[in-house]
Design a protein around this ligand. Structure first.
Ligand code: RIB
Ligand code: CA
Length: 323
């Protein structure tokens, strides 16, 4: 089976790290680059979290980590540090000799999609600032991207950072709207509600079983996810949420998808009350669709996929303090 070439655009914390592991270790994936965008936690911490993830998989230095936009296009940066802590559970490693490429992540996105036009799929699991900037800089960028998989919004459901907005779309709603209007040919979206809350939230007992597998990856998983499951349970979510890794999983393993439908997706940018809220108009409203929204996946198969991933024996490239 031919591997799927991908770029992961990420605000690396918790579930973003699991997504990078999937991109590195799933037989169907060919991870070409990681591009960093301002989101979950402090930008340099996100970069460190990406290298920790490459390290625990034994792949440190083998995938370029490009640094991108350090703030949203128009808004002040909004953090999710209350949700994730530092995003890697206090783990640390020697980063002294690891230099970010000089090339900005947006320029890397433009270059890589020009060098492999029509071949690359982008997995966008943070605010869409890098992608929107690429669209603004080069109108032909969208046409060079084979598939765009986005974790963002809610399908006419509750938000998480506000009652109406999901975090990625809240942080940079202007970027989200630019991307949704950009004419990407094949867009798939994994929303927070109802999908993630129903099908991609790992209940505590199942979470504990994943943490107890006994591999370096399982220990890493526990360290990076413990803060978030504690937060999630404190706000009434029944377990550990994994929308980001589901976003890559449905590209690599489309058999996971039980229901998906075309929608016209738009994002609120004018109102402060509902900033970042996504409206997803289904066929009834007669609007030209700009995305296929995943409506249901097989929860047990997704848990099995995570279990199989975390069971892979890896040897970290260099010591990780605390693991
Ligand atoms: O709202 C969910 C998104 O924000 C995910 O990308 C996750 O990383 C969280 O921080
Ligand atoms: Ca994310």
């Amino acid at each position: 089976m031919a591997k799927i070439p991908i770029i992961i655009d990420t605000d690396t914390a918790q579930d973003d790290c699991v997504t990078i592991l999937l991109g590195l270790l799933d037989p169907a994936a060919d991870l070409r680059a990681i591009t960093m965008v301002a989101g979950n936690v402090a930008f340099e911490q996100q970069v460190a979290n990406a290298h920790l993830t490459l390290n625990v998989a034994g792949r440190l230095g083998q995938v370029p980590v490009f640094t991108g936009c350090r703030r949203p296009m128009l808004r002040e940066w909004a953090s999710a540090q209350d949700v994730h802590g530092d995003g890697s559970g206090g783990l640390s490693m020697d980063l002294a000799d690891i230099e970010a490429p000089d090339e900005h992540a947006v320029n890397a996105l433009l270059r890589l999609t020009a060098e492999a036009s029509g071949e690359l799929s982008i997995i966008a699991i943070g605010p869409l600032t890098n992608l929107a900037t690429a669209v603004v800089m080069d109108r032909s960028f969208a046409g060079r991207v084979k598939r765009l998989y986005i974790m963002g919004g809610s399908n006419n459901g509750r938000g998480n950072i506000t009652p109406s907005a999901e975090f990625n779309f809240y942080v940079d709603p202007d970027a989200a709207q630019i991307v949704l209007d950009a004419g990407f040919a094949d867009v798939h979206m994994v929303p927070w509600a109802p999908l993630t809350l129903r099908d991609a939230t790992i209940a505590r007992a199942d979470y504990d079983r994943l943490c107890a597998i006994g591999t370096p990856l399982a220990r890493f998983f526990q360290r990076i996810c413990d803060a978030t499951i504690d937060y999630d349970e404190s706000v009434g979510v029944d377990g550990s949420t994994h929308p980001d890794s589901l976003t890559l999983a449905v590209l690599l393993h489309p058999e996971l998808v039980r229901e998906e439908a075309p929608y016209r997706v738009d994002v609120e940018t004018a109102s402060e009350l509902t900033r970042g809220m996504s409206t997803m108009a289904w066929e009834k409203f007669g609007l030209a669709p700009n995305a296929r929204v995943v409506e249901a996946v097989d929860p047990a198969a997704f848990r099995t996929l995570l279990h199989d991933l975390l069971s892979i024996p890896t040897a970290p490239t260099r010591p990780i303090a605390g693991l």
